[in-house]
Every structure is written in C-alpha cells, then in structure tokens.
Design a protein around this ligand. Structure first.
Ligand SMILES: [Zn+2]
Length: 126
C-alpha cells in the first residue's frame, strides 16, 4: 500500500486511515474492503499498535507505526521507478580513473555523456 508510510514514529487516526484507503482503491480501481476486513488485514502490511491518542483535543482511536502519505505522494515511487530520468542505463566501457571519485574502476559515460565515471558515482546525484 503505497498510500501509507510504515514508520514506528508515525501515527494516524483509525477512521482517517480507512478513508484514505477507500480513496486510494478508488483511484487505482482496486477492490474495496469493509473497515472490519481492512483493519483485520492491516497487520499483514505493517506492524501497528492500536492506541488512543489525543487529537484536536479529543481522544481518538489511532494506530501507531503507520501513517497516511499526502495524497500527492501516492504512487509517486512507482512512477519514478518506471520511467524516471534516473533509470540506471550506465554501461561499462573501459577501465580507468573515475572523474568523480578518482578511484580505479570500470567506467561508463555519465548522464551528460561527457565524463567517464564509475557505476557507483552514476547512482549518486551530483
Ligand atoms: Zn566514481
């Protein structure tokens, strides 16, 4: 579920998590679940702990260990993996000294096509 952050420090109001989930499945045309099933299955995705936390001056049923991502971040990771400019198309060409880290390595052209760099430096943003 990439609408969520699995993080021990995160927490979310139970109802908001479910509302977010419903929105998410609608966007992705996935089958919905009843809240009962959803909450019962939740431990399969994340190690969560039910708790009552004070939110907006009221005690609410919450989960600790999971949070809801901002809507705009939903599915962003997938998009980047598929056709982002950072796709790994470094190809080894020759041995030499990397123009970035100065180490002896197998080198390939960087993203600009001007410098020979090692594979490790290709994966790092300048
Ligand atoms: Zn390097």
């Amino acid at each position: 579920m990439d609408c969520c952050v699995i993080e021990s420090a995160a927490n979310v109001i139970k109802q908001e998590l479910y509302t977010g989930f419903l929105e998410y499945v609608r966007q992705h045309k996935l089958p919905t679940l009843t809240s009962q099933t959803f909450f019962r299955n939740l431990p399969m995705y994340a190690r969560v702990e039910a708790a009552q936390l004070e939110k907006e001056g009221k005690r609410k049923h919450c989960f600790i260990g999971i949070g809801l991502k901002a809507r705009k971040d939903w599915g962003r990771k997938e998009a980047e993996d598929e056709d982002g400019p950072s796709a790994n198309n470094w190809t080894p060409q020759e041995s030499g000294v990397c123009n970035v880290c100065g180490r002896e390595a197998t080198l390939g052209l960087d993203r600009t096509g001007k410098f020979l760099i090692c594979e490790k430096c290709y994966g790092v943003d300048p």
